[in-house]
Design a protein. Sequence first.
Length: 332
Amino acid sequence: MLVLGIETSCDETGVALFDTDHGLLSHALHSQIAMHREYGGVVPELASRDHIRRVVPLLREVLASSKKSLGEIDGIAYTRGPGLAGALLVGASFGASLGFSLGKPVIGVHHLEGHLLSPLLARPSPDFPFVALLVSGGHTQLIRVEGLGRYTLLGETLDDAAGEAFDKTAKLLGLGYPGGAALSRLAEKGDPSRFHLPRPMLKSRDLDFSFSGLKTAALTLVRKQDDDEQTRADIARAFQDAIVEVLVSKSLKAVRKSGLKRLVVAGGVSANSELRNRLTASGIDVYYPDFQYCTDNGAMIALAGAMRFMEGAIPENGFDVRARWDLEFISS
């Protein structure tokens, strides 16, 4: 089955083709980072308009590179939510309209389910069941995954997500938008012994997270220090070390408590090299998406859609979007 995936949940337009027999055939992505950087963050109206401009050229690019035609597509999957409502509507309306014109089935996919399944695009890929750490700009969650649509929330952030804390702290350090990756690069030059920041909820008995206090502690530290390059690098290192230690500790605890043997790490922060190094050194089986699939992309939506179709998902009449949508409430 050949499935077209369309991702427009926030500030990346992604289109991909996934074949259930041959895997991912092609994918194309346009990032809006340069456009939003001027404003210091995502402007929803601008994001929606840019998705409209990009989705058709990206579709043409994917079809050309895979040497497929529109008529060969068997099904279409679009990101239903969560995300920016206007941006989601672009992908939903385009996918539904294309499906109607071609007479092909269309389904909406949960954005986080796409991230959660994205390591299945890599080789080797994990088998079900596993524990998943979803860690991105908008979400930090630990989830027990028994199979497609069989998700149990084990723990989540009570305030800022890890990626959000990275971006906000990067802004405090003058690194601009988006700052998470820039902060990680700066941290590589930092002295790990100079500063120590708190590890929020590290010793709590549950699997929840909290990063707003860490962000405040970083702000206090920035205000007390001289604004030179090495100091900023040392603060970045202290901040990254604190977040990584909490993420690693909670993830390993979740694996132990679940009795499972595999951990999947997905979402934008899964690209962080220090997080990968620490988890890989833990000795458990850890799986990550390829770096190109850590951020939002059409490949993960095409894969999730293909898996849903193969499980007998009922095609939709019309379409809808859900700006807020809890992953644990979707079903197989």
